[in-house]
Design a binder for this molecule. Sequence first.
Ligand SMILES: Cc1cc2nc3c(=O)[nH]c(=O)nc-3n(C[C@H](O)[C@H](O)[C@H](O)COP(=O)(O)O)c2cc1C
Length: 309
Amino acid sequence: MYYASTPEMAAAATGAGAFGFIAAGFTSSRALVQDIQATRKILKVPAKDPTPIGVGLLGWILDKTEISEDPRLPAVLAERPIAVWFAFGLNLGKYVTQVREYDASREHKTFIFVIVNNVDEAIQAADGWKVDALVVQGIEAGGHGRGDAPPLLTLLPSVLAEIPLRPAVIAAGGISTGKQVAGLLTMGADGVVLGSRLLCTPECMYPEPSKEVILKSNYSCTIRSDLFDEVNQTAMWPAGINGRAIANDIIQDAKVGLNLEERLKKYRDSKVDGKLNRLVIWAGDAVGFVNNRESTKVGIGLYFEIFSN
Ligand SMILES: Cc1cc2nc3c(=O)[nH]c(=O)nc-3n(C[C@H](O)[C@H](O)[C@H](O)COP(=O)(O)O)c2cc1C
């Protein structure tokens, strides 16, 4: 989760028995390598061992960085993370190939996750690119995804039905409770993603005002829209991708017919005045269940407890 996960969060997740990730986003290779090394330090990983976390990389950013003087992928792979996770690009297959080619000349093999938002993308990733895990992300998910993705409870069984000889299938989107996890595993998922559920943990880098808003939010407090990226000036995602965030006056401003310039002014003024009603807070519907600041370790521990009882 870019803007949200930290080395501390990734290390805490892995330390608690889950699979911690850091997100590359726009981070430089140097800073990314420092983050990966920071997780090694926290987890006290000996030099001979791989780094027991994954690194999430956005395809459309890689399209720019990998032809620049500062390519991210070789820098990340040299740190031997146990996994990489690709999402949101027009041709993620070429990065999957790049990882496989890099690994062909060494002992360490990188596990590859790819986000898919519909059955066609799942078939392409599983049968075409031969990825190790499909992250089946429903429309409920916080942050970015295809605006036309089906709900997880439709998408997951569709992918399971269409790809019988498949890689691991990981369910993502709106997951907050042990009962949801149990239901998804019963349906055939091999694992689940906890994203927004962790946004109020002390390890999450979300600013305090964003955490305050989340803690006061109710169920169904989020909406998927292009409007957040517009005012945030991050509207460079591939066509069809938009973002889910806490619904607030950013949406209301468009509803009453303000043009972009007027909306930007209101957004900036609210920021300067320290108001909470126009913050861009990427989050999925899972945050309706977030009502405390428990740590990543405690949060993840609760899920394991549910299954050991
Ligand atoms: C703040 C935030 C940042 C995210 N950043 C990324 C990212 O950098 N790369 C990515 O593949 N997915 C990203 N996602 C989406 C997650 O991978 C995941 O699909 C989502 O969090 C699952 O839904 P949930 O938030 O409802 O649990 C982000 C989600 C959030 C909430």
